[in-house]
Design a protein around this ligand. Sequence first.
Ligand code: ADP
Length: 250
Amino acid sequence: MLVCDNVVRRFGGVVALKNVSVAVRRGEIFGLVGPNGSGKTTLVNAITGFYPPQEGRITLDGTRINGLKPFRIAGMGVARTFQNVALFHGMSVLDNILMGRHIFMKPNPLASFFYPWWAQKEEVEHRRHVEEVIDLLQLAPARDEHVDVIPLGLQKRVELARALCAEPKLLVLDEPMAGMNQEEKEYMVRFILDAQEALGLTVLIIEHHMDVVTALCDRVLVLNNGQEIAQGPAREAIADPRVVEAYIGK
Ligand code: ADP
């Protein structure tokens, strides 16, 4: 589904990605692993259009996406979450989740005037998706809370819910467990697995915690200093001596 071919990204003198190639298959959970500063977020930013690569090619279902603006890539079915939670402050959990539907909204207020039956049908469809996601991630008790006052673990779940409401074909998660305690991490693993099964998702996930990587990921790419040091089935790749050395060497 997603193919990165010899992707290069530089920031001034720093080469953050050096000819990185990876192919994510439909329906799998693919992990991006590596020590801090190894280029994981830069690869996600290259895929989602925030920092387009200077060399190489990225395709989604065969269509070249590098060079497209982030909103275009989002419109093609790529939803993401951020390392530092990026919710709409001052708004409720429900309103934040509803924001995930905005890519389906038609910017034509006259349509709801002239074709009320059509607008109503759309509204019902949006609500159905939102309620499905709320149920899936068990967010019903928190739906009216303000996002600023709920615990971090719950905020991350709201961000995941918002991304799921965009009905992504590729869901990109940037360290969804960052800052969570063990119990919150275990819940999050469960929610991601449940969502993947229920919605038939393909997931690309940056993850530091090896227990989470082995619980979630089918295959992984391990980066170090912007380069691939291992790629393959999760357990085998993270046990590779070069991977162990890259982590212990830090
Ligand atoms: P990781 O996600 O694995 O921790 P990053 O992709 O954030 O690593 O960073 C890889 C390298 O690219 C680092 O040396 C980092 O300093 C650099 N880098 C990332 N983003 C930028 C940026 N916006 N400007 C300058 N350098 C950056």
